[in-house]
Write a protein that binds this ligand. Structure first.
Ligand SMILES: O=C(O)CCC(=O)C(=O)O
Length: 265
């Protein structure tokens, strides 16, 4: 663990205020370099599956990562600093429900501003609840101005979306472009209004997403298929985090399909 309890508290306060916090230089770059090397075949397979229509907008692909081998790395998904912040903002015993990636290629465009989930209790007319659905994001390359930096707004995670959109349009709510070095890790509340930006380079920009949610929250649109042989090797923490996911025979790992979509406003 790199950080003290007081530092975790400070990260959680920043998260609660802004909707996100970034732990700089947190995952070893050599480890992510290995992920980057293993990623292209998965991207190519997804492109072939989708043919012309890419799932997240023009030249932008959502690729599920198989929970095996280097992708099933407890040093990342059980990282104690990450979990300390996740538990402070989304409560004890969180669940891990998603392991995937978003990749804009050359030719990608600005996405519409969006949140990844609607309000928890829309009938109340208020989005002002504590956090319940988080994304942990880290890129498999350095991300600068040219290759699709994530853009977001601060503090909109607990706002009603029409209000957030009006604030963006009038300029009252500033937009923030977040370049990230490989190794930086962002923890964010997926209700904040954000968008992907164009990648103008010839090199894909994969950004991993690990989904964590409150202990009682189930998201039917995503899951992590856990091969039986991987399940056998999981630590008690891993089994607890992954408890809502299907454990499948090893040869059925690749048979599932996620139906993940965001909510445009
Ligand atoms: O890849 C990104 O930078 C953001 C993607 C995103 O927000 C989405 O696809 O919902």
């Amino acid at each position: 663990m790199r950080y003290s309890a007081a530092e975790h508290d400070a990260f959680a306060s920043q998260f609660n205020r802004d909707s996100l916090v970034i732990l700089r230089d947190h995952i070893p770059r050599e480890k992510l370099q290995r992920w980057a090397q293993a990623f292209p075949p998965l991207l190519q397979a997804q492109i072939a599956r989708e043919k012309q229509a890419s799932s997240r907008g023009s030249q932008r692909y959502y690729v599920t990562l198989p929970f095996q081998g280097l992708w099933a790395d407890p040093e990342i998904y059980e990282d104690r600093d990450l979990l300390a912040v996740v538990e402070r903002v989304a409560g004890p015993d969180p669940v891990m429900c998603q392991l995937a990636s978003d990749t804009p290629l050359k030719g990608s465009e600005y996405q519409p501003w969006h949140a990844d989930t609607p309000a928890l209790f829309p009938e109340t007319g208020s989005n002002d609840t504590p956090s319940f659905q988080l994304a942990v994001n880290f890129a498999l390359c350095d991300v600068g101005e040219d290759n699709g930096p994530f853009e977001t707004t601060y503090g909109t995670h607990r706002m009603n979306k029409p209000e957030a959109m009006a604030g963006l349009e009038s300029g009252a709510i500033p937009q923030h472009r977040l370049p990230m070095r490989m190794g930086d890790v962002m923890i964010r509340d997926v209700r904040a209004v954000h968008r992907g930006t164009p990648n103008n380079t010839d090199t894909p920009r994969p950004m991993v997403v690990i989904g964590y949610s409150r202990r009682w929250y189930y998201r039917p649109e995503v899951n992590i298929r856990i091969p039986q042989s991987t399940w056998e090797t999981l630590s008690p923490t891993g089994r607890k985090l992954l408890r809502y996911n299907p454990v499948v025979p090893d040869d059925q790992l690749m048979q599932g399909e996620e139906t993940y979509r965001s909510f445009a406003y």
